[in-house]
Design a protein around this ligand. Structure first.
Ligand SMILES: *[C@@H]1O[C@H](CO)[C@@H](O)[C@H](O)[C@H]1NC(C)=O
Ligand SMILES: *[C@@H]1O[C@H](CO)[C@@H](O)[C@H](O)[C@H]1NC(C)=O
Length: 199
């Protein structure tokens, strides 16, 4: 009887969590929700996390509800224990800088291009997959979470070492994203102008 009650409480908790995730995702962009499990992705070969550290600017992304500002950027620094400190910053419309710190970690050394990122303690980390990067100009990042194999929610980012990329590089990255199964029509261009106050 006791164990039945325990299971019952657990599962109703779970439903609330799932419902929350669902509603959040639907609010963000109904098209981020897809049927079935996350697609298998091929990631950057021989990924070197050390070379990946430093600042990256967001050029394009799949809509993400937690980003409201412009001049979005991420700064990664490798800590001595191998964890990556993550600092995401953006400029709000009132000209104030909003930033958030988190931690990222390679979970399986055999898969160094797949990290888990977490911004809040106690919240499960989200996958951060580097699909492709040359470390010095561009990076293509994909994230996908599975819900019971019934549906998945995905995100994608085109990042660069500068606040702009050439059309040629963007077009190559669009092709890679399309090959990864991402609908590139869903990408939004990030505003990286008037970012002088950002460091
Ligand atoms: C990763 O890159 C760093 C910095 O360039 C370099 O020192 C290190 O040897 C590289 N690691 C591997 C395994 O290639
Ligand atoms: C980007 O931001 C600048 C400066 O705040 C603004 O003038 C411009 O209209 C914005 N561009 C877009 C496409 O929203």
């Amino acid at each position: 009887m006791k164990s039945f009650q325990f299971n019952h409480i657990n599962s109703s908790h779970f439903d609330v969590k799932v419902l929350f995730v669902l509603l959040t995702a639907v609010a963000a962009d109904a098209q981020s929700l897809h049927a079935g499990s996350c697609p298998q992705q091929s990631v950057q070969e021989d990924f070197n996390v050390t070379k990946y550290m430093g600042t990256w600017y967001e050029i394009e992304k799949l809509p993400a509800v937690f980003e409201r500002g412009k001049c979005n950027q991420a700064t990664y620094s490798l800590l001595t224990d191998g964890t990556v400190n993550v600092r995401n910053a953006e400029l709000l419309s009132n000209e104030r800088i909003n930033s958030i710190e988190g931690a990222a970690k390679v979970k399986d050394p055999a898969q160094p291009a797949i990290l888990g990122v977490s911004f809040f303690k106690g919240i499960p980390d989200a996958p951060y997959m580097v699909l492709s990067t040359d470390y010095q100009s561009y990076a293509l990042v994909y994230s996908c979470s599975d819900y019971f194999g019934l549906f998945h929610i995905d995100f994608a980012w085109i990042l660069a070492r500068t606040r702009a990329l050439t059309e040629e590089v963007i077009s190559q990255l669009h092709n890679k994203l399309a090959a990864a199964g991402v609908d590139i029509n869903r990408l939004t261009v990030s505003n990286q102008t008037g970012c002088e106050v950002m460091t």
